[in-house]
Ligand binder design. Sequence first.
Ligand SMILES: O=P(O)(O)OC[C@@H](O)[C@@H](O)c1c[nH]c2ccccc12
Length: 259
Amino acid sequence: MTILDKITTDKIKEVALRKSLIPVSQLEQSVLFERATVSLAKAVREGSGIIAEHKRRSPSKSVINNSLSVQDVASGYEQAGASGMSVLTDGKYFGGSLDDLLLARAAAQFPLLRKEFIVDEYQILEAKAYGADAILLIAATLSRKQIEQFSTFAKGLGLDVLCESHNEEELQKSIMPSVDMLGINNRNLKTFEVSLETSKELIKQIPDEFVKVSESGISSVEAIKELKPHGFQGFLIGENFMKTDNPGESAATFIKQLR
Ligand SMILES: O=P(O)(O)OC[C@@H](O)[C@@H](O)c1c[nH]c2ccccc12
């Protein structure tokens, strides 16, 4: 059993419990449910392209940073000129929560991505109710039919969809009009190996109309300069910022060097 299988198995149980505690009707009553979303895909296309992540810990790195306020990180990233922010909401493996999303929303106006292992439409309703503008779908854990169902459902709520893959088969099943952004994860979620070559290879199969995002293991401005000519517009960066005392400032320094 890979770590991704374990996370998914736990997630299915967690979502069943959540559903029994908070009914859909209650999520739909959230004031944020009425909020007009901001397109992450558009922000990435038109801005720095940096999607900066809030990540306290991960199965591959254990603790990254446990002492920051998510509001400070959100406003720091926004002021730094990031196109958007990815907020990890998984608790068990990443130390995040839906409250992190809510707090980020309270502190910033730029687009927020709910970074979660989505296995059920219910989590997409949660994303909307807690202030997200976009969701992540992980092709490794979903069938083409599920990607279609979840992405269509998200679009109906005004949320953008980033669908991530790590190999050709995953990418091929993610290519559909209800997906806005195709992400290539440089980290293999099954083995944790990281290589930017994954991005450079797989992007060749992405049709023009999709926003193309390279994810994980990006730790230098040079890496961005290397990836851009291959056609990437978006860059998802977590640890490189989060491991510092001031992620917002680190992001600002980084983004300035891109200009
Ligand atoms: O911290 P990094 O190496 O910059 O990676 C960020 C992001 O890409 C990574 O956290 C991520 C990409 N896809 C995911 C899916 C689930 C959890 C986490 C992720």
